[in-house]
Design a protein around this ligand. Structure first.
Ligand SMILES: Nc1nc2c(ncn2[C@@H]2O[C@H](COP(=O)(O)OP(=O)(O)O)[C@@H](O)[C@H]2O)c(=O)[nH]1
Ligand SMILES: [Mg+2]
Length: 491
């Protein structure tokens, strides 16, 4: 070893200690991003990060508009055990020569963005720029359904699940499951093959119920719908049996086997998720694909509203009793956002927002939520359409135009993925109550509001060369969502 190396060593140590201290003294804000499958989580996070890191059009994010954000960069995440959100891959899909929507992801992931910013207060500013780590946690909304399991014994859960399967709203999707469970004797000796088969038929029913009405979401367990890394695990090999909520379960029976697995699922899957991830969140955004629900009528809207109610119970600040063991109730700000608002012209965005506000308000009242600051927004994290006008019988109609994905249909027409069309998606009623009532009277499955159910191609974005001046990505109200979620921590 040379003398110079020796002399340098303590300096290096000092330097790395300093950056270590800077790192641990930097405050962290943990932002949960959730929503059911295809609600728009991946696109939202990719666009959020791109807008911060490369710059965007964000007039409603005050720190950004006031040019106080000095830098934003991706830094290593603190939790080694959680997969990293694959930002670069999603970015590459969206910015390729033929842009495609990112592949959907099916489990939890995380990404850290570190902001350096100028404070608003002159005294504080004299101390130099401040830093904030934002840990973005992407997790399936389906997993929130499991919160309900924490408070129920196996027998209680099974009885509830049977009631739900028999509800008329299931519209026959549970028939095969009900026929199967009718042949199972809870008191019969425990049988592995029977348990596996029952879990399969039950899972098929859950998926069918959801495919029928995508907003349908109050049926769990969450990992049956979205297994994450648990796919095929014995922890998922149980199902409800037709028993009373206070049934006595004989040891060695099929019911006892199911009950034991249910307990393991709670202990090894549900509790760790709530303890390790959910309870550490500071802020939460819940993404909702409400356009689909509005198009599908009463059942879908009721399901949406139940799902929101369930989510709100999970976010209830200061929850008491057994729940508080898992929830620290730190979440003090929540955004409920209808995604893909670019399917409606600008004139309808406020209306859509008020409509969601009404649905959330009703759900919040029933869930007796108080305390967290809740905001509802209509957003498009990445806008795929632009505004257009058309005239019909001398009347000007607000339309949207975009390129539908190849294979999408509208009436008779099948799209080739190249031609642009303008659509008049219909008007939402100015009065949210009337709009909700109009959506409610639609028979399930009918494309009633006629709002562009076609999916559009992502917009053409410039390639991401580091030398090219970054161009802002088009979005709708993404900055308003960010202001509510982060704004108060950037002052
Ligand atoms: N037009 C439009 N479509 C979107 C937007 N965000 C998501 N989508 C569509 O919704 C699909 C699902 O989004 P994704 O982010 O993968 O949902 P996730 O399953 O919640 O992560 C995408 O493939 C797009 O087709 C948006 O801002 N505008
Ligand atoms: Mg995703």
């Amino acid at each position: 070893m040379q003398l110079s190396d020796l002399a340098l060593a303590p300096l290096d140590a000092l330097r790395s200690t300093r950056s270590y201290i800077a790192d641990i003294t930097t405050p962290t804000l943990r932002l949960g991003v959730t929503g059911l499958a295809r609600a728009g989580k991946t696109v939202f996070i990719t666009s959020l990060v791109r807008n911060l890191v490369r710059g965007g059009r964000l007039p409603f994010l005050s720190a950004y508009a006031q040019v106080r954000i000095l830098s934003a960069e991706l830094t290593p995440q603190p939790d080694d055990g959680v997969p990293r959100f694959d930002y670069e891959r999603h970015l590459a899909s969206l910015t390729g020569a033929e842009p495609v929507w990112p592949e959907s992801t099916r489990a939890i992931s995380q990404l850290r963005v570190t902001l350096t910013f100028e404070r608003t207060n002159a005294l504080a500013r004299a101390l130099g720029p401040a830093r904030l780590h934002i840990d973005i946690v992407d997790y399936p909304g389906e997993w929130l359904l499991d919160l309900a399991l924490l408070g129920k014994s196996y027998a209680q859960w099974a009885a509830d699940a049977m009631v739900m399967a028999r509800a008329p709203a299931r519209g026959g999707s549970a028939d095969a499951w009900l026929a199967h469970v009718a042949r199972l004797d809870p008191a019969a000796p425990a049988d592995e093959a029977a348990a596996i088969r029952a879990a399969e038929v039950f899972t098929t029913y859950l998926h069918a119920a959801r495919a029928k009405e995508p907003a349908l979401s109050t049926v769990g367990p969450g990992r049956f719908l979205m297994p994450g890394e648990r796919e095929g695990s014995p922890l998922l090999c149980f199902a409800p049996l037709d028993i009373a909520p206070d049934a006595r379960i004989a040891s060695g029976s099929l019911a006892a086997m199911m009950a034991r697995r249910y307990e393991s699922y709670r202990a090894q899957v549900v509790k760790p998720f709530f303890q390790d991830h959910f309870s550490r969140l500071d802020r939460q955004i819940v993404l909702i694909d409400a356009l689909t629900a509005l198009n599908r009528g009463a059942h879908a809207i009721d399901d949406l509203s139940h799902a929101l109610e369930a989510a709100l119970v999970a976010f209830r600040p200061g929850a008491r009793g057994w729940l508080s063991m898992f929830l620290s109730s730190r979440i003090d700000r929540i955004v409920f956002a209808v995604t893909k608002a670019d399917h409606l012209p600008a004139s309808s965005h406020d209306r859509l927002e008020r409509l969601l506000g009404l649905i959330v308000e009703n759900a919040a009242r029933r869930a007796e939520t108080a305390g967290a600051d809740i905001r509802t927004l209509a957003i498009a994290a990445l806008r795929a359409t632009s505004e257009a006008r058309a005239s019909r019988n001398g009347e000007t109609l607000a339309c949207i135009k975009g390129v539908p994905l190849s294979g999408e249909r509208l009436g008779e027409r099948v799209f080739d993925g190249r031609s642009e069309i303008a659509i008049f998606p219909g008007d939402l009623d100015v009065d949210p109550r009337a709009a909700l009532a109009a959506a409610r009277i639609l028979p399930a499955g009918e494309a009633g509001l006629g709002m562009g159910l076609v999916r559009f191609r992502p917009p053409r974005l410039p390639p991401e060369g580091s030398t090219i001046e970054a161009q802002p990505w088009p979005h709708i109200r993404l900055d308003k969502a960010l202001e509510h979620l982060l704004g108060d921590r950037l002052v």
